[in-house]
Write a protein that binds this ligand. Sequence first.
Ligand SMILES: [Zn+2]
Length: 605
Amino acid sequence: MIPKDQIEKLQNSVDIVDVIGERIDLKRSGSNYKARCPFHDEKTPSFMVSQTKQIYKCFGCGVSGDSINFVMSYDNLSYPDAIRHLAARYGVEIVEEYSGRSVDKSHDDRKELFRILNKYACDFFHENLLKEINAGTSEVAEYLKKRKMGIDLVKKFRLGFAPDNWNMLKLDNRFSDQTEDILIEAGLRKKNEKGNVYDQFRNRLMFPIFDTIGNVAAFSGRSLRDEVQPKYLNSPETAVYKKNEILYGLFQAMETIRKTREIILVEGNIDIITMHKFGFTSTVAICGTAFTENHARLIKRNCDKITILLDGDEAGKKSALKTAEILAEVGMVPGVVILPGASDPDSYLYSTGKEAMEKLLSCPLNIIDLVIQLHGGNKTTANEKAYLAKELIASISRIKDPVLLDVYSKEASEKSGVDLSIIKKEISNRSPDRSKKAKLSAETTLYCINPEDPVEFTVIYIMLTDESSRIKFISLLTADDFKNAEASKMFSSIYELYEEGEDIKLANILVDFDQKFKDFMIGFVFELEEAFFSVRNGEKDISPEKFEKAFGDSMKKIKLRNLGQKMNKLREELKYSDSSESQDEILKKMAALKTVQGELINGKN
Ligand SMILES: [Zn+2]
């Protein structure tokens, strides 16, 4: 477990602008930073980052949070892993608490355990392979020789060898004290119908699959003989491995991708390794599954240019089109290279060399050309033209980016000979309505139910932002003055931090709240930020008068409201009072309240 004070320590040491700026392109915009949202498709930026408040919010799709939340979503990590990753990246030492060997392991502890077991398994397979290579004559060493995979590649991809044995892994001392259940759940052992348990991978060349930050998430094992099926045996999905959230080789390609912002996508594990060998070090592969929108988003987050490189057979072409369509759906402009004949990247590179591949990659097809090629080139008869036009419309109607859609519609019209207006009409008939904005108002209605709620949250905002107003509010209000439960809780947190002389930071205070409330509060803060700050020469200009006035206004509103509530209570008491003495008493109190009310409304006090 990571204690709260350690999370606060981390929040105080990292700057959200660095964390996000390292991953996407941030541009200064007035007092905030702006970017195109990495979590939804958009042309104009609606993703805002506030350096002063250390939070982000997308006004297009509604996501919001702090540095930790961003790393969780962007790098696909659990909350504790995101904290650990940030701490390691920025050199912040975090002391974790271990509750001993608890039987009821939490989900995150289990993930941690699986990563450790995968790391051990990766080492175990790798050590075995090095032994086999040194021995020189084994089947796997022969296989590597045949595939021309040298020791440098073996090391770069940490390739391994699963011995031809049912229990070798289990007998290794790194695994011997783990229960069978854990090893089965981690995907390293397997149980058959008879209840016998054995090593999942046997006599296979092992390809460890890393996540983006270098943890071993899973394995893909290739059989050494073609008659042994399946050719590739992959780990089952586990707590740390979701097939459609991982690309094989992305971790190894990341160094190049960060520089070039380009990715080449291939299909096979061997292809990717050969591509790297020939210098195409930004190559990644889909591992043993269909290409999904999650893969597409993972690619989009990491690069600006994507080239799909697939085999020249019918299956390769069809899968290229599907992949291109999914990439277009998330707003990318995929280029497609189909290899000639029946070659795959591996065989093509060995038979024709690096320059030929470079030449192919330099002139990829776009989606329209690909559809036309799939249908055997340009058509002459009316029927054929109409058919082709329909296929083109089906593919390009999946493009969500309006500019791209326009360009491709024109090209489709030219190449099919069908009038542009008809193509556009067909496309609009197919496009589903997309409105993502509803989410924002849903949060607001969730937390701003009563008319006075916005005032209370405004007070909280001022307390977070302006020190002199904060001190005044703390001296004049208590948590009970807030009728909204969340506002009251936030007030208490601010009060506590103030008493302890700690920094008062939104991110630290929000740690105690659930994500829905965080979303609401962060949106609220961004809105008020616009209202309270003016921007001059790109610098935030705090205007003390605005806070002074806001302080006065909100105090007045809260006091008036509380007076009104007291007044209502007295009225109730009056209704049920049975002695004239007590009635007099109540009426006196009410008169006094009225006076205070009048003074407040007329601006005294
Ligand atoms: Zn968004």
